[in-house]
Design a protein around this ligand. Structure first.
Ligand code: TRP
Length: 330
């Protein structure tokens, strides 16, 4: 069975952008592939969300969200990156073949470093750690958004360079292919930028029906609909886009019609959306409640995931140590 690997940063509770953009796809992939999913807490230490006091809780909340969304530990391996030391180790070893110029040319590095007075080396080396994540498990396919394609290309190059330098003609490290999901970039409630915790424009998967309504009620719609009698253009309305993800096709059609003809107001439209969103998220909230209702359950799942991951990573590391000429420990 082909192997899939993907990672997600521990930003805390999942929002519907994470759910529709990444995790729902993972749930589909786990039945078609030998799937490994990683909460990349080591990557997070250079990121906007990192706060040592909240790091553990955010990592745990991310795990709860992923499991509640349907990633099944019986079918996929889910683990926390820092629980498997080989990630950090391989990252260092890959430093030997990582070209500085290319790291400096990564768009994400350029964007993030431009805003900083002092640039941590970790920001530059971020894609090397990502390559280590993937190469350790000899993954064939990596589901990522288009913003990560450049990093994945670098992973492929590091695999090629390492193989050329140390492989002795063998393909020890596999070049992973991106598995591009059809773009499901979910915009935030402000309708202006991608849904993101840092923008404070999210609907979280565990939000209560009341909170969902409080967030949707003031959300931006087509500005042309100033009065209830003003017709609108659903295609430019964020709320209509949410309907496409949460409402059945007949409702989506009805929503578009009622908007174009001003047959109803934006609040009516949002009420229907809220109900459908609550219905889709209800089973996820229930599973989350079940998981957190058993103390230690999530930690146990993560420990089992880490044990599986460690075993697989160790196989790759043994070959890497050998080929790179390190003296065996015994
Ligand atoms: N850099 C990815 C992101 O920000 C997260 C990530 C880390 C990742 N390691 C990975 C994704 C390995 C895929 C495979 O989205």
């Amino acid at each position: 069975m082909a192997r899939v690997f993907s990672g997600i940063q521990p930003t805390g509770e999942l929002h519907i952008g994470n759910l529709l953009g990444a995790v729902q796809n993972w749930v589909r992939l786990q039945s078609e592939y030998d799937a490994t999913f990683c909460i990349v807490d080591l990557h997070a230490i250079t990121g906007a969300f990192y706060d040592a006091a909240q790091h553990r809780q955010r990592t745990l909340d991310m795990a709860i969200g992923i499991l509640a969304s349907g990633v099944d530990p019986e079918r996929a391996t889910l683990f926390v990156q820092s629980h498997v030391a080989a990630h950090s180790e391989l990252m260092w070893l890959l430093n030997a073949v990582a070209p500085l110029g290319e790291l400096e040319r990564m768009t994400q590095f350029k964007d993030k470093s431009a805003a900083l007075e002092s640039i941590p080396a970790g920001l530059l080396n971020y894609p090397i750690l990502m390559a280590a994540d993937i190469l350790l498990y000899r993954a064939d396919k990596v589901p990522v958004g288009d913003d990560q394609v450049q990093h994945l290309e670098l992973s492929r190059e590091l695999a090629r360079r390492w193989n050329a330098a140390y492989g002795g003609g063998a393909t020890v490290l596999l070049e992973p292919e991106p598995l591009l999901t059809k773009a499901r970039r979910i915009m935030g409630l402000d309708g202006e930028s991608k849904m993101s915790k840092s923008k404070g424009n999210t609907i979280n998967i565990l939000d209560s029906p009341e909170v969902i309504w409080e967030k949707l009620r003031p959300a931006k719609t087509d500005p042309a609909r100033k009065r209830r009698t003003d017709p609108g253009t659903p295609e430019i309305c964020n709320i209509y886009d949410y309907h496409k993800h949460f409402s059945p096709p007949e409702t989506v059609e009805m929503v578009a019609h009622n908007c174009r003809t001003a047959a109803w107001g934006c609040l009516d439209c949002k009420r229907v959306l809220a109900d459908n969103m609550v219905a889709v998220l209800a089973p996820i909230r229930e599973r989350a409640a079940e998981l957190t209702g058993t103390p230690g359950r999530v930690e146990e799942i993560l420990a089992a995931g880490a044990a599986t991951a460690r075993e697989r990573a160790a196989e790759t590391m043994t070959v890497i140590h050998e080929r790179m000429g390190f003296l065996p420990a015994r």
